[in-house]
Ligand binder design. Structure first.
Ligand code: NAD
Ligand code: UDP
Length: 320
């Protein structure tokens, strides 16, 4: 069916990346349909735009809608949240992904799967290239997510090979920015909220593990470049910022930028926490003409300002 406005489904559209993506698509004149069960997303982040529509349900349940593009972002991304109900995380990445792929097949829509750097596990190749098969513990507490996302990639490729369903696979590295929840348990939100409250900064392990942090605006541009890339480009493609920082460096930077009196405290390192992580983004540069533009300091500045406003609003509400 030809639609007056191009219709996009964002599964997980109430989450951190989903809300940033939906605001961007609405600005560009798309109709945005958000499917979400609010397991980690929030209604407070949703758009009130006339072209925004909400379907409150689990992605594993049948979805009856006609769309042109599907971004599958549905899955809790914070280790604390995806491990809280690991079987639901597995269901989301298996039954949920297959259900959305069936919808894509029926509508002849392109499905972009939000995969993750976690498919590389604790990597022995550094920086990580897309042809590295990874080093994942299949029976550890992170496996519901890591192996779930690997199964999701496999399911996408099998729909593509079996039925010709158009798919795109993005391997997203740690992303941060406005729209994150203050209590989601991820490192950037934890450190900024702790620093703004002058509470201890919780570094896990000795803080020597590294991560590469991508600002959400850059990531959204990468997702759009991938979705609208030529149909024969499937990926997988790494989307991330190759700047690599230890967790301890991040803690010091957040303390310095907030002028906080927080001290650093050290907690045990979670099981299977990857030692290092940095994307090789040559494929994204060559195939999509994409690279991140916002360095960590600039991205942190706007994220700190977002959390500062959010905490001020929350304490004002408490005083009422
Ligand atoms: P998020 O947890 O903020 O958002 C996920 C959204 O999916 C939430 O709104 C949640 O309620 C929804 N959801 C979860 N399970 C669902 C289900 N079964 N049915 C319907 N809705 C469901 O996460 P995010 O940071 O916005 O990440 C979005 C996607 O990108 C995820 O798939 C994540 O795995 C992937 N990703 C994110 C990062 C990152 O650093 N943010 C890194 C790698 C991959
Ligand atoms: N981390 C930390 N303190 C926190 C939260 C996380 O030191 O309060 C560490 C965590 O152990 C990991 C890194 O920061 O090494 C990134 O954690 P996050 O949960 O943000 O994402 P991950 O990359 O592990 O999925």
């Amino acid at each position: 069916m030809a639609h007056l406005k191009k219709r996009v489904l964002i599964a997980g559209g109430a989450g951190f990346i989903g809300t940033n993506l939906s605001h961007r698509l609405l600005r560009d004149g798309y109709k945005v349909f958000c499917v979400d069960n609010f397991s980690s997303g929030t209604k407070a982040n949703l758009s009130s735009h006339e072209n925004f529509f909400l379907l409150e349900q689990d992605v594993a349940q049948p979805i009856d809608i006609d769309v042109d593009w599907i971004f599958n972002l549905a899955c809790c991304a914070s280790p604390v949240q995806y491990q809280a109900d690991p079987l639901q995380t597995i269901r989301t990445n298996t039954l949920g992904v297959a259900n959305l792929l069936t919808l894509a097949r029926n509508c002849n829509a392109t499905l972009l799967q939000a995969s993750t750097s976690e498919v590389y596990g604790n990597p022995s190749v550094h920086p990580q290239t897309e042809d590295y098969f990874g080093n994942v513990n299949p029976i550890g507490p992170r496996a519901c997510y890591d192996e779930g996302k690997r199964c999701a990639e496999a399911t996408c490729m099998d729909f593509h090979r079996t039925y010709g369903t158009p798919v795109k696979i993005a391997r997203i590295f740690n992303t941060y920015g406005p729209g994150m929840q203050p209590d989601d348990g991820r490192v950037i939100s934890n450190f900024i909220v702790q620093a703004l409250k002058n509470e201890p900064i919780t570094v896990y392990g000795d803080g020597s593990q590294t991560r590469s942090f991508c600002f959400v605006d850059d990531l959204v541009e990468g997702l759009l470049a991938l979705m609208f890339s030529p149909s024969d480009f499937v990926g997988p493609v790494n989307l991330g910022n190759p700047g690599e920082f230890t967790v301890e460096e991040l803690a010091h930077q957040v303390i310095a930028m907030t002028g906080s009196t927080s001290e650093i405290v050290y907690h045990p390192l979670p099981t299977d926490d990857p030692v290092r992580r940095k994307p090789d983004i040559n494929r994204a540069k060559e195939a999509l003409g994409w690279k991140p533009r916002i360095p960590l300091e600039k991205g942190l500045k706007s994220t700190i300002s977002y959390f500062d406003d959010l905490l001020a609003v929350k304490s004002a509400v408490r005083r009422d």
